[in-house]
Design a protein around this ligand. Structure first.
Ligand SMILES: [Zn+2]
Length: 259
């Protein structure tokens, strides 16, 4: 009976107006996704994202959602709606967290659904080999390791006064949830880096709360934009552009940075 109901739902989704393949071909979000992940995604067909490993995930569930629902149950299209602005920006607008709405399953399909599965694709990189030479484990999927190595090369060309911000990297891979939620952090997938905590600020620490629905009075950032620009150039978004700021945090989210 469950299968029958599911099939009817699938048929409705496939044949509902505005969800045809033609529409999706011109859907700007769909195009960004395909452009951002050429190693993992072959295309979008009949409202499903098709991965190279054969898995298909629903693209747009067509539901209107509150902010709490967007955090709890986003579809892949919801994840792409965020407007992440590159370059130097002002303090984020209230409750604007571009990139914090994430469909966990999307990342699990690409990087691994369990800690052990993710670890199978982790490789070691040598971070800032000339000035720090820290070894870090990151995913090789989507070339994340190569992109971080390129970031490292670019960072070492910066004036020496900027290097302490990115030396003593606090962490890359840890399978864990975001504190105060049951949602996985992108640290779980080996695609994320926390730079030097000593120069960083986190909304939960500064405002003494984990409640995402509450207004927070403070926004503090000490990370220079020269550093942010280098990460963005290679497909990483910065947690300093979130109302719920996390200025040590960079994660590989090319779908929010492609033109
Ligand atoms: Zn982080």
């Amino acid at each position: 009976m469950k299968c029958y109901v599911l099939n009817i739902c699938l048929l409705i989704l496939i044949y509902s107006p505005g969800r045809t393949q033609d529409t999706l071909q011109t859907n700007v979000y769909a195009q960004k996704l395909i452009k951002a992940y050429p190693d993992c995604i072959t295309g979008i067909k009949d409202n499903y994202v098709v991965f190279k490993n054969g898995i298909k995930l629903l693209f747009d569930d067509g539901k209107a959602k509150t902010l709490a629902e967007l955090y709890a149950q986003p579809d892949i299209e919801d994840q792409l709606r965020a407007v992440y602005v590159k370059g130097k920006t002002a303090r984020p607008a209230e409750l604007d967290d571009p990139g914090r709405i994430r469909n966990d399953t999307f990342f699990k399909v690409m990087y691994g659904a369990t800690s052990a599965a993710v670890e199978q694709n982790l490789v070691t990189i040598h971070w800032l080999p000339k000035s720090a030479n820290q070894t870090l484990r990151v995913s090789r999927i989507n070339g994340v390791d190569k992109k971080l190595q390129a970031i490292s090369d670019d960072l070492e060309k910066l004036p020496a006064r900027l290097l302490p911000y990115v030396q003593q990297v606090a962490g890359t891979f840890t399978w864990r949830v975001i504190k105060g939620t049951n949602r996985l952090s992108t640290h779980s997938f080996g695609i994320t880096m926390d730079i030097n905590i000593g120069y960083s600020n986190y909304w939960q620490w500064d405002n003494k709360t984990t409640d995402e629905t509450r207004k927070i009075p403070s926004y503090i950032n000490r990370i220079p934009f020269e550093i942010v620009a280098i990460f963005e150039k290679h497909g990483f978004i910065w947690g300093g552009k979130w109302y719920h700021y996390d200025t040590m945090h960079f994660e590989y989210r090319p779908e929010l940075l492609v033109d």
